[in-house]
Design a protein around this ligand. Structure first.
Ligand SMILES: *[C@@H]1O[C@H](CO)[C@@H](O)[C@H](O)[C@H]1NC(C)=O
Length: 234
């Protein structure tokens, strides 16, 4: 009996300690699990053409086939994209109606494998003008008919115009206006009005503004991005 007594005491002590430890640990484990679930529930992944309000800001997703791409929409101005062997896709966060005075700040990561753009992107003149203010790109720096330059938000941008004969929401013809930054970046501020004024001085008119958002685009490529968008001025 005497030989088992210490064992019993030790076992009882162990059980008592284990119970206290378990009681202390369980709530500590439960709290992060619940908040992790909540954080996940705030993100929504979309891989179908569409747009709408989700998690605060408006989002837009458009993808041509073949290939796979998606946008994950997070709280506030956050979005993530991933694309794999796409023909073409454009997705991001912003506004269903453009503003000529809007100042946008954005930050994050942009990782194209091949051709891709990170831009303030929009359509105008009833889907007959597609415009880009491009701050980052992959293995191809977009170009077109050179129209001039402007200095804005800490760098020089080259202005290009492109006439396209491709399927578009307005039919088979549209124009592209481009401002392309000389040095790439993945965070900063874009004063949209500076570009609109510079384009207008070269006869590149916009008319009524349609969608306007910070966009990740992939063209015949793969890649990913994780971006937070903020409106500094409407
Ligand atoms: C999105 O729309 C385009 C036409 O603009 C269509 O070709 C494409 O298949 C659509 N993409 C998806 C993912 O349904």
């Amino acid at each position: 009996m005497t030989s088992t007594a210490p064992f019993t005491v030790a076992a009882a002590l162990f059980l008592a300690i284990a119970t206290v430890v378990a009681a202390l640990i369980t709530p500590a484990l439960a709290v992060p699990t619940i908040s992790a679930q909540k954080a996940q529930a705030q993100w929504k992944t979309i891989s179908k053409n569409g747009s709408g309000y989700e998690g605060g800001l408006w989002y837009s997703f458009w993808a041509d086939v073949p290939g796979h791409s998606s946008i994950s929409i997070g709280p506030d101005g956050q979005y993530k994209t991933s694309w794999n062997g796409v023909s073409n896709f454009v997705a991001g966060k912003g506004w269903p109606t453009g503003s000529p005075t809007r100042v946008v700040s954005y930050s994050g990561t942009f990782s194209p494998q091949g051709n891709g753009y990170l831009s303030v992107y929009g359509w105008a003149k009833d889907w007959s003008v597609e415009y880009y203010i491009t701050d980052n790109w992959g293995n191809y720096r977009p170009t077109g008919e050179f129209r001039g330059t402007l200095v804005s938000d800490g760098d020089t941008y080259d202005i290009y115009q492109v006439f396209r004969k491709d399927p578009s929401p307005s039919g088979g013809k549209f124009q592209q206006y481009w401002s392309v930054r000389r040095n790439r970046r993945s965070s900063g501020t874009i004063t949209i009005g500076n570009h609109f004024k510079a384009w207008a001085s070269h006869g590149m008119k916009l008319g009524a503004l349609g969608v306007q958002f910070v966009a990740t685009e992939g063209y015949k490529s793969s890649g990913s991005s994780s971006i937070t968008v903020r409106e500094v001025h409407a």
